[in-house]
Design a binder for this molecule. Structure first.
Ligand code: ADP
Ligand code: MG
Length: 482
């Protein structure tokens, strides 16, 4: 047994998601990424004396949405708390957050364990808070720059139980959270821009023991891939410390993507004491059962529901399904497409093939895609009934449909793209193809059966791609074997 195999890693994740509200959490300035630094601030987010915060109702709605989507209990009486600390990007000297009364408790996120079995990661809590400003260390060689546009931007923090047992599970968990907030339209999930951030709590213990080791909190990963890498490094590091007879320090470490390591930021003894106390400037918010039910009605179909439907009802593979449900827009488009065709596999292939390539190449989303599900279904139909080949469908009819509202059938007929499957015209092409390469015919007859490809190519060329490949192949063989 290797040293690594003696240990088990235990991980709990804290994910911060910036909410896509129009305005900030407790003030009315615009919540927008990428504006000129320090232009989206106000006396409230700057903490001027005498100013008062107000809670943004959208923040509550979005937190409730997320809570309902993961199956949390939603708290009725929500109090706000002050988390006090000094930092240059926090002009108020405190963040408004929730301490003992998070808006959501409990719930789960589903991932797969290493055997591919469904595994539930329990959610401890989800609470609402505000972001701090942003300190920029890498723009000016001598100074740290501060952008306060981010101060007061609403966040939800999702805290998991220490149920995660590998870097891969952590990776999946983040991607699931990311998918979910994007489905709910409450966060854009962009980890590079910091709209979704993750702190990883990592500890190791000997397999077979039950007491968790001392945890280390790792920060500053700007992609789910980096969370995975940081956990892998941190696991190895802690095991090495223990194997050398040392103890793991309870500390916060920072991930350095450039060399794939973590470095110590602060020890627990130096850790902040936030002196939480109840926020005196905000009334508690009462979330009624009625309100929760109203929000529940606005929930879109969720990725897990669609997964279930696509794999069982439509009989698609998990692989195809995962690609389809990765993005809500695509998943819902596919779902609608399946109201017009029963060839689900072919529908999935069209979406994951031609449609996605088109969207990627043109850098547009499915919202800007001009072919309606009903119209696309007409293309699947004419492939199914042999009127056009898959190749013609993808290379000719599909592009033409982008600029037309006609059915695929009409477009293919008008453009004379309907596959030739009457054997008379096919026979003509076949005779021509054979006449062109008499020596190859001889070779074929001597056993070089691979040459069929050459003749097929010729037939396709002569028919301008319209020959029904199956039939042509069959007729060609018969002719060559004569
Ligand atoms: P703290 O008080 O240090 O913030 P919490 O108990 O609030 O610690 O937990 C914070 C996060 O750390 C949670 O996601 C939790 O699941 C995780 N966690 C707690 N104990 C451990 C441990 N021993 N190893 C790994 N993760 C842990
Ligand atoms: Mg914590």
């Amino acid at each position: 047994m290797s040293v690594r195999e003696k240990y088990e890693v235990v991980i709990g994740l804290e994910v911060h998601a910036q909410l896509l509200t129009k305005t900030k959490a407790y003030s009315s300035e615009e919540n927008i990424y990428g504006a000129t630094p320090n232009t989206k601030t106000s006396v409230i987010s700057l903490g001027h004396p005498g100013t008062l915060p107000r809670s943004n109702e959208k923040v509550i709605e979005y937190a409730v949405k997320l809570g309902l989507a993961v199956g949390s209990n939603i708290r009725e009486r929500n109090e706000y708390a002050r988390k006090n600390y000094f930092y240059a990007d926090l002009p108020k000297g405190y963040q408004i957050t929730q301490d003992t009364t998070p808006i959501c408790n409990g719930g789960t996120i589903q991932i797969k364990d290493n055997k591919g079995k469904a595994k539930q990661i329990a959610i401890t809590r989800i609470h609402m808070e505000e972001d701090a400003g942003k300190s920029i260390h890498d723009l000016d060689p001598f100074n740290t720059l501060i952008d306060l546009n981010r101060a007061g931007v609403p966040l939800v923090e999702v805290v998991s139980e220490p149920d995660i047992r590998s870097s891969d599970e952590a990776y999946q968990y983040i991607n699931e959270v990311r998918k979910l907030v994007r489905y709910l339209d409450i966060c854009d999930g962009n980890m590079e821009e910091g709209s979704l951030r993750c702190d990883a709590n990592v500890s190791v213990m000997l397999k077979g023991t039950t007491e968790f080791g001392t945890k280390v909190e790792v920060k500053n990963m700007n992609s789910s891939r980096n969370v995975k890498r940081a956990i892998e490094f941190e696991t190895e590091r802690q095991i090495e410390v223990l194997e050398k007879g040392g103890i793991v320090n309870h500390e916060t470490r920072s991930f350095n993507a450039a060399n794939n390591t973590t470095i110590s930021m602060r020890h627990k003894e130096e850790a902040n004491d936030y002196r939480y106390f109840s926020e005196p400037d905000l009334q508690p918010v009462i979330v009624t059962k009625n309100y929760i039910n109203e929000v529940r009605k606005t929930l879109p179909p969720l990725p897990n529901e669609l997964f279930e439907r696509f794999t069982t009802e439509f009989g698609l593979s998990e692989y195809d399904t995962n690609i389809l449900i990765d993005e809500k827009g695509i998943a819902l488009y596919f779902n609608e497409l399946c109201e017009y065709t029963k060839n689900y596999k072919s529908a999935a292939n069209f979406i994951n093939g031609s449609v996605k390539s088109y969207l990627n190449e043109n850098a547009v989303t499915i919202a800007d895609f001009s072919i309606s599900p009903e119209q696309l279904a007409s293309l699947i139909t004419i492939v199914d009934n042999g009127k056009v080949s898959n190749t013609i469908a993808g290379s000719k009819v599909f592009p033409a449909m982008l600029n037309s509202n006609d059915t695929a059938d009409k477009i293919a007929t008008e453009n004379n793209w309907i596959q030739e499957s009457d054997s008379d015209s096919l026979s003509d092409y076949i005779k021509q193809a054979i006449a062109k390469y008499p020596e190859k015919v001889a070779e074929y007859k001597l056993g070089k059966k691979g040459l069929i490809g050459l003749f097929m190519g010729e037939v396709m060329k002569l028919s301008k791609g319209k020959a029904d490949p199956k039939l042509a192949n069959q007729l060609l063989r018969t002719e060559l074997e004569k």
